[in-house]
Each structure stands twice: as C-alpha cells, then as structure tokens.
Design a protein around this ligand. Structure first.
Ligand code: AKG
Ligand code: FE2
Length: 522
C-alpha cells in the first residue's frame, strides 16, 4: 500500500498541477484514495487498540477488587507478568510509547510463590479447592482472590515439575473440581487428568490412576500413551486386560486420602502445630506488669512499659507499645533499598544460594550519622538499652526483615557460638546473650513467632517486641530457646532484631556461678 501511494504521488508531483484540470482530477482521486487507505489503516489500529484496552482494563478491574495482601493474589500478579504482560510486551513497545517495558519476575518467583501457597496449606491445614475458589484470609474491604481453572492447573503443574506429587495431586484435583463445575473445554480437562493420573500413580494409588486414565482414553482415543499407561496400571494391579475397573468414584477423583510425605523432623511438626493452634499462655505463675526498667534511674520510671510474661523457663516476655507507628515507618524507609535475601553457602558447589528455610529479605541498619541522618536508629538503640538493661553498643546492628509470600523462618537458635567457640568474645560475632524481636507491622493472619520447647506462640502485635535470653546466666547456651517464624498467611510482616552480645554486658547482666541458675527476671 505504501509503495503504491509513493509511486502515485511521484506521478502527480512530476507534473504541474494548476495548469491542467486533468492533473487536478488526478490529485483529487489521489486524495480520495489516500482518505480511504488511511481510514482502513486507522480502523485496523483502533481495533487492535480496543482489544489491548479491553485486556488491560480487565486486569485493572481484577486488581481493584483484590488485595496484594492475599497469597493467591501474590501468585496471580507474578504469573500475570510471566504470561499476560509478556505476551503483550512487543505490542506495547511497538504501538505505545513505552520503551522501558520489561516484565521482571522470573520463573523462580512463580515457583517460590506456589511453594508459599503449599506451605500455608500444609501449616494451616487449608484445602486447595477452597483456596482456589477464594478464601477470605483476613483481607479487609476486598474480595478474596480466587483462581481460574487454568491458574489452579498452573499451580498443580509447578508441583508436578518439581516431582512434588503430593501437592500436584491436591491442586490438580482442585482444578478438576473447578473444571467440572464450569464445564470448560476438553483441552484443559485432558491436561488436568494427564498430570493427575501420573501424580496419583507416583503416590501409589494405582487403582485411581487407572480410573483417571480410562477417562483420558475416552477423551482422546487416538493417544497411544494412555492405552500404554492403562495396561501398565492393570498389570501392576494384577488385573487382566478384559477387566474394566468398577469406576465407583465416577468422576469424583480425590487426593485427600494420600498422606503427606514425611520428610519432616520433629521440631518441624511441633512448629506447624504451634503455628496452627494458637492458645494463650496458660501457666498460672505468668504475670503482666508495668516494667520500669532495670535501673531506678531509668526514664521508664515515668514511662513504664506494658509487659507480659509469655513463658517462665526460658524467660520470654512481650513488651507492648514500645515502637511508635512513626518509628516503624522511618525504620522501614531506611531499610527500603538495602533489603537483600539471606543466602547460605551450598555445601555441594560452594556457591551462595538463597536460604529456603527463610523467605525474607533483611537489611542491617547502622546509627552512623551519615546513614541515620534523623537519628532514628540511634534513638531506637538507646530505647532498647533502657528497656532491656543491656548495652546496645555490644550488639549487632539493627536487622530489619520483611517477609515474602507465605514468608517464614524455620526452627533455629539465634546464638551460634557456644562456650569455647573461638569467636565467643568477638565484638562483631560474639555469642548472642539475648534477642530483641520487634514487630514493625501486623499481618492480617499468620506470622506469629513460636518457641518449640516452650510450646508457645508470640502474636505479631504491631508496636510490640518479644525479648528473651539465649544464654543461661552461667553463659551456657539455653537450648530451649529454639524458635521460628510462622508463615505469613496474609498481609505484611516487618520485624526488627537486635542481638545483644555476651561480651560487654558483664556489669549489666552478672553471670551466675551455678550452671543450673535460670533467667528468672528481666
Ligand atoms: O520473625 C520472627 O517471628 C522471628 C525472626 C527470627 O527468629 C530471626 O530473625 O532470627
Ligand atoms: Fe531467630
């Protein structure tokens, strides 16, 4: 079209126009053609834009109804960047003035988000189908996010490709149930059952795998693989070729009876139980009191701190209203761009890899005047010293943590160095006598801190902090301080840690000569 116009234009402009009516008529004809051709092209473009606009408005609509606090929504937004936005990328860059368009989540993000969903469903005993159909999960003012059949299937497939057949089966059954309700096209149904049969077989339920494969054979009689699988299951089950399974369950496939693989050690089971079953501390000797600080000269005499004993041995207390909203905001802002995922060295390759037991990014904040211009951290450290009676100069920097999708931190101890360890007296790495853990936001659901041996859960109440001693007064490690952060079910969890070191506290926290002495007071 462009070439034609060009030739045509050349032809007209090669001659004088004003001096001949014929040339004027040709000009007029050219103008008519120009108009027609442009209108056609503009119509085409408008049509393209309209589809683009409808697609984008659809996402805008979905976004306005749902909240990024919801774990399903967190999965959906990551997936949108890998599917929807990626498929539109070239169109957007070509037709709209948007050169910087680069969808940046990658497949690891999607897998991480799906694994987060598996984690919350395991820890909090949530059903895949209920999750797929939209569970409220404490998200206020917005609709609970739900999944299309295709999205539910995509979660199942992620588990499938990771050979996590337990979660694969749970999610594929959920996709199948959704598909039955919605009576979707056969392609999705085949994809669901194809993966489901294999996962169910991997989990040992060959009879159900056989029944699923029989349905697949009806749907796709031309697919030889289904016939082969069917024969294999028959043989494994000791049934002969002629016998057809009874199909008792009809189309109601199920994965609920299949046990979760037992890769978990005892403390993990206890961790999950404590996260799931919160019950308030019930020991009769535990007290709530106003804490005026360890020294009679402390300013806490005028501003006592609401304190609750959560446990006696080991002593674990929670201080309430100790960090203001403004302070939280300022500290989150300081942490902002310095947040980094915790890494560990892979013992096999020696490379630094993300620590899977901890879905969180952290930043270390110094009170150095150049970085802490408003003195927020310096003030925070002074407050910690007033409340705990420990010297914040003999401690690590303030560590701020922000959790991710179903972010958790599996059971661990905070003190790594044991008596006799070479770095015990090192100012930077020395043994951690005590932990201050402040909640700098309040998740909608989940995200408590559980203490495995103490058998308690500290609630992540905004503005409060939990405090405990990791070392006994003798300096021995108190192994009953193992603790963990429960997965965040929905909302946002920010924390800040301050680890006080043993060295430097000699005159503030005197040691005991008897190794059986416990930390019974603050
Ligand atoms: O976030 C929590 O609840 C616990 C965090 C923790 O234990 C740690 O950072 O060492
Ligand atoms: Fe910890």
């Amino acid at each position: 079209m462009k070439l034609l116009n060009f030739l045509f234009l050349n032809k007209i402009f090669a001659q004088e126009i004003f001096s001949s009516k014929k040339a004027l008529e040709e000009l007029s004809n050219f103008e008519s053609q120009l108009i027609e051709s442009l209108l056609i092209q503009i119509e085409e473009k408008l049509g393209q834009y309209e589809t683009l606009r409808d697609n984008i408005e659809n996402v805008k609509n979905l976004k306005s109804k749902s909240s990024i606090d919801h774990p399903i929504e967190q999965y959906k937004i990551i997936r949108r960047f890998l599917t929807f936005w990626t498929s539109l990328q070239s169109e957007i860059e070509e037709s709209l003035d948007f050169q910087q368009f680069e969808p940046y989540p990658n497949r690891d993000d999607l897998v991480g988000a799906a694994e987060g969903i598996f984690r919350i469903q395991d820890v909090y005993a949530l059903d895949s189908f209920d999750l797929a159909e939209g569970m409220e999960l404490g998200v206020k003012d917005k609709e609970p996010s739900d999944l299309t059949v295709e999205e539910t299937l995509s979660i199942g497939k992620i588990a499938y490709w990771k050979s996590d057949h337990y979660h694969s089966a749970l999610w594929l059954v959920a996709a199948w149930q959704q598909n039955q309700i919605e009576e979707n096209d056969g392609d999705l149904a085949v994809q669901i059952l194809d993966h489901l049969a294999i996962s169910i077989a991997e989990l040992g339920d060959l009879l159900q795998a056989l029944e699923i494969t029989a349905v697949l054979m009806q749907m796709r009689p031309e697919e030889a693989r289904y016939q082969r699988n069917y024969n294999y299951y028959l043989e494994e089950l000791g049934l002969d070729q002629e016998s057809t399974p009874s199909m008792k369950r009809g189309m109601n496939f199920s994965a609920k009876h299949l046990p979760r693989p037992e890769a978990h050690y005892e403390s993990m089971r206890e961790y999950e139980r404590l996260c799931r079953e919160f019950s308030p501390p019930h020991k009769p000797n535990l007290k709530c009191f106003y804490w005026t600080g360890p020294s009679p000269l402390s300013f806490l005499q005028w501003a006592p701190v609401k304190t609750e004993e959560l446990h006696d041995d080991p002593l674990i207390v929670q201080f309430y209203e100790v960090v203001s909203n403004e302070e939280e905001k300022a500290i989150q802002l300081l942490a902002g761009e310095h947040l980094n995922r915790a890494t560990i060295q892979d013992p096999a390759t020696g490379e630094l890899v993300n620590a899977d037991y901890r879905i969180q990014k952290t930043a270390w904040l110094t009170e150095h005047e150049k970085l802490d211009v408003n003195g927020t951290i310096a003030k925070y450290n002074r407050k910690l010293t007033q409340i705990t009676g420990l010297d914040a100069d003999f401690a690590e920097l303030v560590q701020v943590g922000n959790y991710g999708v179903a972010g958790q931190y599996e059971p661990h101890w905070d003190h790594q160095s044991y008596p006799g360890a070479e770095n015990r007296w090192d100012p930077a790495e020395g043994s951690r006598i005590a932990t201050w853990l402040a909640y700098m936001s309040e998740p909608n659901m989940g995200g408590g801190t559980v203490f495995i041996q103490a058998g308690i859960q500290a609630r992540p109440v905004r503005n409060s902090a939990v405090f405990w001693y990791n070392l006994l007064p003798s300096g021995e490690s108190d192994d009953n301080t193992q603790h963990a952060a429960c997965p965040v079910l929905s909302g946002t969890k920010w924390v800040s840690n301050k680890w006080f070191h043993e060295r430097g506290q000699e005159f503030r926290r005197k040691c005991a000569l008897d190794e059986n002495t416990r930390n019974t007071y603050l």
